[in-house]
Design a protein around this ligand. Sequence first.
Ligand code: CP3
Length: 350
Amino acid sequence: MKNDIFLRACRREAVPRTPVWMMRQAGRYMPEYRAIREKYSMIEVCKTPELATEVTLQPLKFGFDASIVFADILLPVEPMGAPFEFAKGEGPVVHTPIRETKQVEALRVIDPEEDLGYVLQTIKMLKKELEVPLIGFAGAPFTLASYLIEGGKSAHFEKTKRMMFAEPETWHLLMQKLSEVIRLFLRAQVAAGVDVQLFDSWVGQLSPEDYRQFVLPHVQGILQDLETTGVPVIHFGTGTALLLEAQREAGGTVLGLDWRTPLSWGWKQIGYDRACQGNLDPTLLFAPKEIACERAGRILHAAAGRPGHIFNLGHGILPGTPVDTVKAVIDYVHEETDRVHSVRSPQASS
Ligand code: CP3
């Protein structure tokens, strides 16, 4: 591999410059992606390894230090027995939401090779082409459960939390099944050649007490198992300022921070013995380049040159983001943290 600084930062080793990648870096902000989506649905792209490979590679021309396999956290729920679609403008819609114990009991624990072989195939194709590390991923059990129970996106998560509070046995059974599927799927991805990110996008909906009771043991089971494979694992959530201590306990080589948590404070909570990923507000990419870069600079300042910082957004890149600003921020982070150059050049260090 030509450029492994992302992996070195995950292990908190010294790196010549801070690695950069952005969640959802392949997607609708790119004209090349939109051109493919005019001909194929999102699901078709995911299920056709040649297309998924092409889309994964598209953003690498900007200079990212890692790639992320083009797929979606919801893909495993279809073979589990909960079909869904991506409805235009609405996001994911699960046709029959899972709300009864019987429905939870009926969910299948899938075989990733058989049921999600197309993702593994995409990974194998990508590994032949890539010069940077490849991140595989899965949704975490809380975030996946919320889509299954609500039937789509949600503002208050009332149906999810109703099951959690009122029917804890059903809840834990659902979390167990999801955790087993996630664990098997991530292991299969690791075997196919990736490093891993676990997305718990909506877990910030919970208080630390409820997180510990209803979620932590399940996530811990997944992460502890993955750590035995030796690949670095990024544990990401949003709205998690008060959950960081518990998330750290649940595990992860790298903990992700969203933009609401100041990086200097957040990393302290996580502990400097773990790497830290984040955390530019994705909406800053809509501001003039100078402002976006100045804010990126504040994040670098907060990271203070400590080993183990991976520069990312605080959440996924938004549709409509100007591509020039994406490129400008990547270049800025690389130039500002170019340690090889600043050691060699007396001017740069004076
Ligand atoms: O480049 C990458 O990061 C890899 C691809 C990726 C997608 N989804 C592609 C996608 C990844 C890592 C995801 C993860 C994902 N999917 C998450 C966790 C990360 C996060 O942002 O919190 C979540 C919650 C989902 C569920 C999901 N999938 C939603 C809410 C949506 C709809 C968004 C919308 O605005 O319509 C999707 C669809 C989706 N997944 C798109 C992409 C590029 C848009 C599909 C399109 O082309 O229309």
